[in-house]
Ligand binder design. Structure first.
Ligand code: CA
Length: 414
């Protein structure tokens, strides 16, 4: 018999396996003149937190968390609190480890950095489980419904000298940017709103719609810029401009407001990137808050929790389209989850966005996504391929990662 896989990368299931070292990488890279703004904040740099789990078999798994806010608190949660339970655990039992870690922090950390830390560890465990069994994560999640995913461009942020106004020059630049995504092969474009006055933002969308024509699908994301009454006003304008979803119109805590908007507006309401775990999403679904749920696997609880959130979503007939930000590890994670996501609902010929999930493909400069993997992601005919190798199916380039690492911290088995 010929063993086709390298011996050092293969561990038969059933033998023991233990996590022996946790390394966190706080990543930062300044954007210089390419800084951009959402309704909430300036983005002068890209940041994230990668977790590397090493095992006694020599296999190494990667996970990501901490890509929303400062990554340092997430690293602290890992090394100061969770690490003692992670070290010595078998990474091939990610759901078991998840429950143990969540029970440690339930009393004080049900959302935020602790969940980002658990997410990163969980993703790395699934990466290891896949490598140990020589299977891609999407197979372990139940199997792939698709080998590639239609990508939507996230772009048309508020940029540079034109960030805060709608001069003729600013609008021309915006139109050029929108057209460039169509030229790159995208058929779906998500744009930002909420930083400027409603009138100015509507003008921006009118210009974008005119630039891309009626056959490219538009989505809009307010990053919770509005109260309910203003969101109603904006929502009606978006309906007029044939925008197909209104993302995070209001703050994530206002579940009653979400339900109200959903009842009053025809445009689908998307949300959930700031929500965590099965418990948070249970509330969104049970109260009828969203038409599209957007868990971010690097925040909401990793693959283990995604399976629970997805089951809740399916039971509430709500499509799941994960939010994606961060590095190439985050994109690989989302692609495995999307591969294993059923059609909502089933049809013989699924249509992207209608009942076939799509992947968020941020078009802002992001070296953390584009430069650290041996297998960089590419857009081919508007789609991104799902990695097919064992585990996450991606390989981190050490020297490239070191270039972006500002703090590296280790915890080891004693
Ligand atoms: Ca968003």
């Amino acid at each position: 018999m010929v063993l086709l896989c390298p011996v050092q990368s293969w561990t038969p299931i059933g033998t023991t396996m233990q996590i022996t070292k946790i390394t966190t990488h706080v990543l930062k890279t300044p954007l210089g003149k390419e800084r951009f703004y959402s309704s909430q904040a300036a983005f002068p740099e890209r940041t994230s937190l990668l977790v590397r789990l090493e095992t006694d078999t020599g296999l190494v798994g990667w996970g990501e968390g901490g890509q929303y806010g400062p990554p340092e608190p997430v690293a602290a949660c890992i090394h100061a609190v969770l690490g003692s339970q992670v070290l010595g655990s078998d990474p091939r039992k990610p759901a078991v480890l998840w429950e143990r870690l969540y029970s440690m922090i339930r009393d004080f950390g049900q959302k935020g950095p602790y969940l980002e830390a658990i997410s990163a560890i969980d993703i790395a465990c699934w990466d290891l489980l896949g490598q140990a069994t020589w299977l891609p994560v999407h197979t372990l999640l139940g199997g792939a419904f698709r080998e590639s995913v239609t990508a939507y461009a996230t772009g048309c942020y508020y940029r540079g000298e034109h960030a805060f106004g709608v001069s003729e020059e600013a609008l021309q630049t915006l139109a050029d940017e929108a057209r460039s995504y169509v030229e790159d092969g995208f058929r779906i474009l998500k744009i930002k709103l909420g930083l400027l006055s409603i009138e100015a933002d509507v003008r921006r969308i009118e210009v974008i719609r005119e630039a891309i024509g009626p056959n490219v699908t538009l989505l809009a994301d307010a990053n919770h810029a509005y109260n309910v009454s203003n969101a109603l006003r904006v929502g009606r304008e978006l309906e007029r401009l044939d925008v197909r979803w209104f993302e995070e119109p209001i703050v994530p805590e206002d579940l009653e407001g979400y339900r109200h908007l959903r009842q009053k507006l025809a445009i689908p309401i998307a949300g959930g990137e700031c929500e965590y775990t099965r418990y948070g999403f249970r509330n969104l679904f049970a109260q009828g808050c969203v038409d599209i749920a957007q868990p971010d696997l690097c925040c909401a609880g990793g693959f283990s929790e995604f399976l629970k959130i997805q089951a809740l979503a399916l039971a509430h007939h709500t499509p799941v389209i994960p939010h994606v930000w961060g590095s190439g590890i985050a994109l690989a994670t989302a692609l495995h989850a999307l591969a294993a996501t059923p059609w909502q609902p089933y049809t013989y010929l699924p249509v992207a966005l209608q009942n076939e999930p799509v992947v968020e493909y941020d078009r802002n400069p992001n070296p953390l996504r584009d430069d650290i993997l041996e297998q960089p992601f590419k857009l081919v005919e508007g789609k991104v391929a799902v990695p097919s190798g064992p585990g996450l199916g991606v390989t981190v380039i050490g020297p490239k990662l070191d270039k972006f690492t500002v703090t590296r911290q280790e915890s080891k088995s004693s």
